[in-house]
Design a protein around this ligand. Structure first.
Ligand SMILES: [Zn+2]
Length: 308
């Protein structure tokens, strides 16, 4: 474990916020970001995301499985954000941290296969599962990747990043001129600790931001915000079957039910913390950007995982 400063503003001024799984979550006194300190080393994080297991006091398994209801949920959200735009032009799309490939499947549906989808995923089991469904999923380092994409998505990736600003610069370099980013994460940094959805899933999740922190960071990285859509963390219409399953598990002594976790999501449903930001690259590649490109390629590794 290593001592770190705020992942957003670099300040070391912070206050304790919560503890979980032997990890401390602190709140930056300067910008309000919640982040894990001390955090696992880069090597531990990289190994953890490849295996889908993150070691704290107990090992956290994050592989999960392909979820059909998640495809339906993404389908609806893509329609909210893009309307019929995705059906109207052919484009390339890279989903970073694509998990089992639910967003890729939803994009194919919504765009009627106009969008050529590709996914990056570090977890070997998830890669195998996605490939079995015929999806183009692989693992490679964005810093050493040459292709440009019309759109790149980062869903449930932000919280896994050790250096989000550098990672966004790296993503920007892989976007074609006027290329777009679709980023989803929780807007929870402003919630009091007793209302924050639990478990935090530390140390798989390393930081939690707010809409304001994230939109500022995107603007500073030369993205313009196109839209911000917010949803409750628990999307009831897509969760009925799962809730029923978890209620049944409560009665089975050898099964661990996720009802307590879902209850904590219910409590914050009114805050609509699930935040989807659509943004577009605004600047052309100039000399200043070339310098940051070099530094990002040299210093930034993929460093993400996915709970999808
Ligand atoms: Zn900060």
């Amino acid at each position: 474990m290593i001592q770190v400063s705020c992942y957003n503003c670099g300040s070391r001024d912070r206050a304790p916020y919560a503890t979980e799984n032997g990890c401390n979550l602190v709140k930056c006194a300067s910008c309000g970001l919640l982040y894990v300190n001390p955090r696992p080393s880069d090597e531990e994080i990289e190994e953890g995301v490849k295996l889908g297991a993150h070691t704290g006091e107990r090992t956290l398994h994050s592989t999960g499985r392909y979820t059909v209801t998640k495809v339906a949920m993404y389908h609806k959200i893509l329609r909210d954000i893009y309307g019929t735009e995705l059906q109207n032009r052919e484009q390339t799309w890279l989903d970073v941290g694509c998990g089992h490939g639910e967003l890729l499947a939803a994009l194919q549906e919504v765009s009627r296969n106009k969008v050529a989808v590709r996914g990056i995923e570090p977890n070997r089991l998830k890669i195998d599962a996605a490939r079995k469904r015929g999806l183009d999923v692989d693992y490679f380092d964005l810093g050493f990747h040459d292709a440009l994409y019309d759109s790149i998505s980062l869903l449930n990736v932000y919280s896994h990043l050790t250096n989000p600003r550098e990672f966004l610069r790296l993503v920007k370099q892989r976007l074609s001129p006027k290329g777009e980013l679709l980023l989803e994460t929780g807007d929870t940094a402003s919630l009091p600790a007793n209302l924050h959805p639990r478990p935090f899933l530390l140390p798989d999740h390393l930081s939690f931001c707010s809409e304001q922190i994230l939109t500022n960071m995107l603007k500073e990285t030369d993205f313009e915000i196109i839209s911000v859509n917010k949803y409750p963390p628990l999307k009831l219409r897509f969760m009925k079957e799962r809730i029923l399953r978890e209620v049944v598990k409560l009665a089975l002594p050898h099964k661990r039910s996720q009802i307590p976790m879902m209850y904590s999501w219910f409590r914050v449903a009114k805050y609509r913390t699930d935040t989807w930001i659509r943004a577009r690259v605004v600047t052309s590649v100039g000399s200043a950007d070339k310098a940051s490109r070099l530094s990002a390629s040299e210093e930034t590794r993929n460093g993400f995982s996915s709970a999808r």
